[in-house]
Design a protein around this ligand. Sequence first.
Ligand code: ASP
Length: 430
Amino acid sequence: MKKTPPTTTAASLLERLKATPLYIQIFIALILGVTVGVLFNDPQYKDLLNGLAIFPNLILKVLKALAPPLILVAVLHAFLTAEIPARTAPRLLFLLLSNTVAAIVIGLLVANTVQPGLHSQLTAPLSGVRATDKVFDPLGLIESSIPATIVQPLAENNVLQVVVVAITFGLALRAVKTQQQQQGKRDYLPLEQAISTLFELVIRVLGWVVTLVPFAVFGVVARVVGLQGFAPFKALGFFVVAVLLALFLQGCFYLTRVGLQSWVKPLDFLKGGSDAFSTAFSTASSTITMPVTFRALTDKIRLRESSASLGALVGSNFNNDGTALYEAMSALFIAQLLNQNLHLEQQLLVVLTSIVASVGAAGIPEAGLVTMTLVFTAVGLPVEYIVLLVTVDWFLDRCRTTINVMGDMTVAAVLDGKQPGSKEPLVTGA
Ligand code: ASP
């Protein structure tokens, strides 16, 4: 009988693995993790199980390292590509901000009511600041958001400062581009192309990291089940339900806003947006969904193209309400797990940093997980617990992306006003 050369078998196995959707890989990793955890649930295997933390720890390290460059190029890229007419800017800003604040408040209300983290307890690391020691110091926060040198935030991985630098230079770059365009110059083009390429580059690396997520899931699950049993996952289950509930309430908030502040009927909004919602859920990327969002707004819901493009283009870059809600809830959840209940002051800090983190989050899969380090660091929570969330993030990412897209569409509908536009030509070829 002819034997298949081992390299060919390995290659075809790799091909098959690549063709398997990530969620199935994660599901397999979950089952393997549980099996290993149950089989090695004995103190004599403690070192072995602790050794498995290498997978999630490595991924967390890479995510942390990727956060500053990702935020920097994503924000610069967003400023260069988004077209915001000066007279709409204040209204747009108000809409974006009020939606995000509503999302975070809903998230915090649900997290404080359901208290998912109280369903099991983890021991906090011995060293380091406790989240409850942090005091809300807005002036100190403003002061610390300005870096001593331009490169310091990148060198020290200070995500808040990176966001500030990125927004400042993004605004300046935009102004320079507009001025040069008015003068008929095109000197900005090489820089714009370089930033676009850099953005693609970071996304490519993040994509590689995402392919390794199943290993992290396996490591976390096997270690947690082996050392602590299923108790932490019970809490994680409550957390998933709490996040879903909060996202649902945020969806209701959008529909109410659309009903009250635009000419679009909420039901038509839901029906017309169904393609965009399903694309967002299946891709976990509001950026990839953007063309579908735009088309749903113009063709199905029939908004004016100007409002549709503002909502879809600007929104998919800066408006990530689902992400903001998720980051705030995650911080509260981990604090509850560590028995460090955050007081109102610290929750305010969570609100502020979640807003900044959601602006810095690119519309790509797992971006929220990357910027979450900002929220955790700001409130003094140990970032190593973010790996626990990796086990459920693949699913919650899809759900929050759908809400992110729904938020962009809400902004577009409200900007369209109370009167339907005169019938504009539909985009053909849908
Ligand atoms: N995946 C989300 C989006 O594309 C961002 C996130 O990870 O929260 O909108």
